[in-house]
Design a protein around this ligand. Structure first.
Ligand SMILES: *Cc1c(COP(=O)(O)O)cnc(C)c1O
Length: 366
């Protein structure tokens, strides 16, 4: 069987050229007679791979010099704790609860200080980004150490199309499922972070980009484990301990692929086109209904359902038979979810839409 179209939410599709290149280098990296998998993280050859990975990311994303880039492990989930332990200097932060991962981060933060829910869309099953005006008014009081958002809500298929006004209060964003899917103005944030397995590489690498002055004095909480101490990790070049060497190498290849494919502006065009193909169909379909409110729609994760569980299951099974895999929705939402990350080709999305059309015709024919 050839390669399928993979709509999985993560780990997710990676560019085929990246996989081929990695395969060709697997046994013998650049004539060194060993694999990157076998290389000491302290060797000059590996340091070169690491430095190139960071430099490429800095070019692609336009990261200002005042920001440090860390390549950590533990997934986005570990940073739910790392963020309050490093940044809750007065013990008080504001959280926007717009989905499951935002809720988890909010709950985790409560272990370390006072996490205040500034806004939520829980009462409408996270189908939208809530009104941000009250958030701006609350933040203006100036007593919060940071404001936290999950910029793209992977499970529900919503994203922030504008950021809350935070003034001088640092904005912290989980960008796991929208990282590198479109241009992003790093200087508007105090910290952004992403688990790589959605759009940037394999599972096991978390990229943390943090403004240097926020970590100048070390972590806010003395109990912060050394591993999660952003100051220490920055000073040690993400090598306080053994990093995910191979994962970082693969991320580097994905960063190069993005650069060679036109950069983040091109990624955005491509992702708008793909998600738009599906949203256009959802807007005219009698059978399928989108979960996200139109104004909050994600360009990474498209969520929809028929409203009939059996029919949804039939759709998912039929899709897999056609080589369209990973379209089953998360159990919290049900239905379907098509993740159309950077590496998912337009042809795959066209094939999915075509199948939706055929499925609808077959199930509404009288
Ligand atoms: C996948 C995801 C997470 C969880 O990532 P892990 O690497 O599994 O910890 C957190 N936030 C968002 C937005 C995600 O998409």
């Amino acid at each position: 069987m050839g390669r399928v179209y993979n709509f999985s939410a993560g780990p997710a599709a990676m560019p085929e050229s990246v996989l081929k290149e990695a395969a060709s280098e697997l046994l013998d990296y650049h004539g060194l007679g060993m694999s990157v998998l076998e290389m000491s993280h302290r060797s000059p050859s590996y340091q070169q791979i690491f430095d190139d990975t960071e430099a490429t990311l800095r070019r692609v994303l336009g990261i200002p010099d005042a920001y440090r880039v860390l390549f950590l492990q533990g997934g986005a989930t570990l940073e739910f704790a790392g963020i309050p332990m490093n940044l809750m200097r007065t013990g008080h932060a504001g959280y926007l609860v717009t989905g499951n991962f935002a809720r988890k981060a909010y709950k985790e933060a409560q272990k370390y200080g006072e996490a205040e829910k500034l806004a939520s869309s829980e009462d409408t099953d996270f189908d939208r980004i809530p009104d941000l005006a009250p958030v701006a008014r609350r933040v203006a009081a100036g007593d919060l150490d940071y404001v936290y958002i999950c910029q793209n809500n992977t499970i529900f298929g919503t994203m922030f199309h504008e950021l809350p006004e935070c003034g001088d209060t640092p904005l912290v964003a989980d960008v796991s499922s929208c990282f590198l899917s479109e241009p992003l103005e790093v200087s508007r944030y105090g910290l952004i972070y992403a688990g790589a397995q959605k759009n940037a590489g394999p599972a096991g690498v978390t990229v943390v980009i943090v403004r240097d002055d926020l970590i100048a004095d070390g972590p806010a909480l003395p109990i912060c484990p050394s591993y999660l101490d952003y100051r220490l990790e920055a000073d040690k070049g993400s090598m306080l301990n053994t990093p995910n060497t191979f994962g970082i190498y693969l991320c580097g290849k994905v960063f190069h692929w993005i650069e060679q494919t036109g950069g983040l502006a091109a990624m955005r065009e491509h992702n708008l086109e793909k998600s738009g193909l599906l949203y256009d169909y959802l807007d005219q379909s009698e059978l399928f209904h989108g979960h996200a409110q139109p104004a909050s729609r994600s360009i990474s994760n498209v969520t929809f359902r028929t409203g009939d569980k059996d029919l949804d299951a039939e759709f998912v099974a039929g899709a897999a038979e056609r080589g369209l895999v990973g379209v089953k929705g998360h159990r919290l939402v049900g239905g379907m979810r098509a993740s159309v990350y950077n590496a998912v080709p337009l042809e795959g999305v066209k094939a999915l839409r075509h199948y939706m059309e055929k499925f609808e015709a077959a199930h509404t024919a009288r």
